[in-house]
Design a protein around this ligand. Structure first.
Ligand SMILES: *Cc1c(COP(=O)(O)O)cnc(C)c1O
Length: 362
């Protein structure tokens, strides 16, 4: 491949589109005639102001974010929002409902307990997180300040195939590993957040999309940098923002628009995932434990059932230029993260490697 690059199946930080890396590289020494790189520039400069405004506008356009929502670029990762969301939103009844469908949604509930009551509305833990609970299985409290879900479970490789109905209670979604992978109806959510390093940009920026009426009620203890209304008033520049990752969001979204937007991403991503899951389902060696209608389009997990063989698979795949297919350290097995930037050719190469591996290890 060009530049001797590999197919990188890492769950995050993960692949970025090559054309984006090339553009960033070309602009590194002298951004737009400024005589300096984005990384060296004052965030208060006119030039940078245009960069951040462009990135905000691009998120609004690409995701079709309604006017009554603000788009923030914060720091502290999605994990920072595990605390940021309760501090900003858990201020009515001081309780919220959590649907626990994997490790990150469990962590979100644990963190929220520091600030109020975290009710578990449903969990698929007894089934080892192999499915997403149905609407009728969610035990929702009518006075909860919000309902929290993780829309795509990066570690277990599952995803919500519906948006839960929560009545007047705002729905909050961690979309770290699926943001920009398909169109979503933002108006169904009170708040969406996502660390950028999976499908959007380098690590260092967290996108928060929040309905305006949910801002301005933060707990007095909320750090100013995590206070949505303070950051919204300051266009995410209450303090120095993660300048370079925000610039990269702009470039990635320019790429997505040029490729046909989120409809095109969805079509491509579903085709890539189908290729891989169809092979796994037909294979005698590999299997995927997730209920088929809940399978993630972004993170496909699979095992041989033999830990030693899994290990050998990962090593031999890496030697063949298919790197980081090892599953999360907490669950083992394999995981192929196939975000927007993973070309179809990468998934084809993985499938044909799996085919060969299976033949050679019968
Ligand atoms: C990676 C990930 C996180 C953690 O993100 P950090 O930026 O490391 O805090 C949280 N939620 C989901 C769904 C993730 O994929």
């Amino acid at each position: 491949m060009k530049y001797d690059r590999v197919y990188n199946f890492s769950a995050g930080p993960s692949m970025l589109p090559l054309s984006v890396l090339e553009k960033a590289s070309a602009e590194m020494m002298n951004y737009n005639g400024s005589g300096m790189s984005i990384t060296e520039m004052s965030h208060r400069s006119k030039t940078y102001d245009a960069v951040i405004c462009n990135a905000v506008d691009a998120v609004r356009r690409v995701m079709n974010v309604p006017e009554n929502y603000s788009i923030l670029f914060l720091q502290g990762g999605a994990s920072g929002q595990f605390a940021g969301v309760p501090m900003n939103l858990m201020t009515g009844s001081n309780s919220a409902d959590f649907v626990v469908t994997g490790q990150f949604s469990g962590k979100a509930a644990e963190e929220a307990k520091k600030y109020g009551t975290a009710n578990i509305a449903a969990t698929s833990k007894p089934a080892n997180f192999t499915y997403i609970p149905a609407q009728e299985d969610l035990v929702l409290s009518p006075d909860a300040d919000y309902v929290h879900i993780c829309y795509n479970n990066t570690i277990y490789g599952s995803k919500w195939n519906y948006i839960p109905e929560t009545g007047n209670v705002p729905l909050v979604a961690d979309m770290s590993s699926c943001i920009m992978s398909e169109p979503v109806d933002v108006s169904r959510f009170g708040l969406i957040y996502a660390g950028a390093q999976k499908n959007l940009a380098p690590a260092g920026v967290t996108v928060v999309i929040v309905r305006n009426d949910l801002m301005g009620k933060a707990m007095p203890i909320t750090p100013a940098v995590l206070d949505y209304s303070i950051q919204a008033k300051n266009n995410s520049m209450y303090n120095t923002p993660p300048c370079f990752p925000i610039y990269m969001i702009g470039l990635v979204l320019e790429y997505i628009e040029a490729e046909g937007g989120l409809e095109a991403m969805k079509e491509r991503n579903e085709a890539k995932a189908k290729l891989l899951y169809d092979f796994i389902d037909a294979s005698e060696m590999f299997s995927n434990p997730v209920r088929p209608d809940c399978r993630s389009v972004m993170n496909a997990t699979f095992v041989t059932g033999n830990a030693e063989l899994d290990d050998r698979f990962c090593k031999e795949a890496a030697a063949a230029g298919l790197v980081s297919v090892k599953g999360h350290r907490s669950v083992g097995g394999m995981r192929a993260s196939i975000y927007n930037a993973m070309p179809r050719e990468g998934v084809e190469a993985l499938v044909s490697f799996m085919e060969k591996f299976e033949k050679n290890n019968k």
